[in-house]
Design a protein. Structure first.
Length: 458
């Protein structure tokens, strides 16, 4: 009897009032070869790339001597490196072995280091020197000098998925007065910044609600895509094996659970039947932890369903004024980094930030795919806009490369400290090659790299 197989592009479908409804599926056994190592139709399992950003660097190692560097990395190098307190959340989440720590690198695209945070964001995430803009009404302004690395990847592989890429943000305390370099993380080019999504409701709709009926006071405001595709679910269950039936039920339950989480965060909204959280402040405080968890869960679902393979994730903004109120803090993060008396508070915020990153890694690791998990088939690049907000130095910025990259990255990860201030663009090229193996260069001018960082490649 011929084995029943499905295309990776298969979706659950339904119709309401003549309008089509579609919902993406997770990877099922019916979509895989008999070994679970590749797609049934041929070709490898999907690979994903995420750029993950937090603003203002990390705490100083010694407030009396800023030249001593930061508290971020251990002295030991190689695999199985010890975790500093700042990196401890990676161990607590059980994902440390998936992480490579890269220190001692320099943003060559910064050249003479014209402007701290601007160099740190544009240079680190694109490899292109930024372009200065007129700034008569503010202290400085700039735009990216070329595409950010996520958009280089999206240009190459984005056509294979429903969405070429997705731009996510958690904290809304993002500065918008110094140009697109500091306001946005994802850029197609110097004049094409991609706005990030701050609202879980909006992201859910973008990913999972393909059908929004016209307003009609005699009908419900929205019919969930989950309800509309119910009959197609029943038909599919009759054709797939027991394991895939369980996966289908688990997938639909997880999508519904995320929707309920969003609803629970803002019960005052008068629109039933749809996610309503808009990442609104409560008593002047951002719901950072709640929103980060939902955004991470939604991104995992997007990867699981192959809705997109490329994402940028802005946890906090460059020169951002996020308040880590859950730590008992009341001052904006950027201002804290400029007061050495608050170095320990900056340190606590760093630990909390790594915990937010670790949550995403943990969720990817927990999500099966083929004979492994989503983290096995992903590459995540964590970075900031400075080594420390106090020094504005773009040498030795915090950097983690996480995931196995579909087998392209070393596992377990390593701590590699560059002995000669290597170009951060080398890291970009290594990450890009996990999803675009044929890539030969990233960046331009003084930031150009044609040599991927070999120390993290398998």
């Amino acid at each position: 009897m011929k084995r029943f197989t499905l295309s990776r592009r298969t979706m659950l479908r339904g119709a309401v009032g003549g309008s089509a409804v579609a919902l993406a599926l997770p990877l099922l056994e019916a979509m895989l070869n008999s070994n679970g190592t590749a797609l049934a139709a041929g070709g490898p399992l999907p690979r994903r790339l995420v750029t993950w950003f937090f603003g203002n660097g990390v705490a100083l190692k010694d407030v009396g001597n800023a030249g001593l560097g930061n508290r971020w990395a251990p002295d030991e190098q190689g695999p199985n490196f010890p975790l500093t307190p700042q990196l401890a959340p990676l161990g607590e989440a059980g994902v440390a072995e998936y992480c490579s720590l890269l220190t001692g690198f320099d943003i060559k695209a910064a050249g003479a280091h014209r402007r701290g945070h601007h160099d740190g964001v544009a240079g680190f995430f694109s490899g292109h020197p930024f372009i200065e803009l007129p700034h008569a009404d503010n202290s400085y302004s700039s735009k990216f000098g070329g595409p950010s690395i996520d958009q280089v990847a999206a240009e190459a592989i984005g056509g294979q998925t429903f969405l070429p890429s997705v731009q996510i943000a958690v904290s809304k305390r993002v500065i918008g007065s110094e140009g697109p370099t500091l306001q946005f993380l994802s850029h197609k080019g110097p004049d094409n910044a991609l706005p990030q999504i701050f609202s879980p409701k909006e992201l859910y709709t973008k990913l999972f609600d393909s059908f929004v009926p016209p307003d009609d006071p005699t009908k419900p405001l929205r019919l969930s895509a989950l309800d509309a595709v119910a009959e197609d679910v029943k038909r599919l269950k009759l054709r797939v094996g027991k394991a895939d039936q369980i996966r289908l039920d688990a997938h639909l339950s997880s999508v519904e659970q995320i929707r309920k989480q969003i609803e629970a965060l803002a019960p005052e909204c008068m629109l039933p039947m749809q996610p309503v959280n808009e990442n609104a402040d409560f008593e002047g405080k951002e719901p950072l932890d709640e929103v980060n968890q939902i955004m991470a869960d939604l991104l995992v679902q997007a990867f699981k369903c192959d809705i997109t393979r490329v994402a940028s994730y802005q946890y906090t903004g460059s020169v951002g004024y996020t308040v880590f109120h859950m730590l008992g803090q009341s001052m904006g993060h950027h201002d804290m980094t400029h007061d050495t008396n608050l170095n320990d508070a900056v340190d606590a915020a760093t630990v909390h930030t790594v915990g937010a990153f670790a949550y995403l890694l943990k969720r990817l690791k927990e999500t099966p795919e083929g004979d492994g998990n989503l983290l096995d088939n992903s590459c995540l690049l964590l970075g900031s806009d400075a080594a420390s907000g106090y020094t504005h130095d773009v040498f030795d910025q915090p950097c983690i490369v996480a995931g196995k990259g579909g087998g392209a990255l070393k596992h377990p990860g390593v701590h590699y400290r560059s002995p000669g201030k290597e170009n951060t663009s080398d890291i970009l090229l290594a990450c890009l090659k996990t999803v675009v193996p044929e890539a030969t260069q990233v960046g331009s001018d003084i930031g150009l790299s044609t040599t991927p960082c070999a120390q993290i490649l398998a």
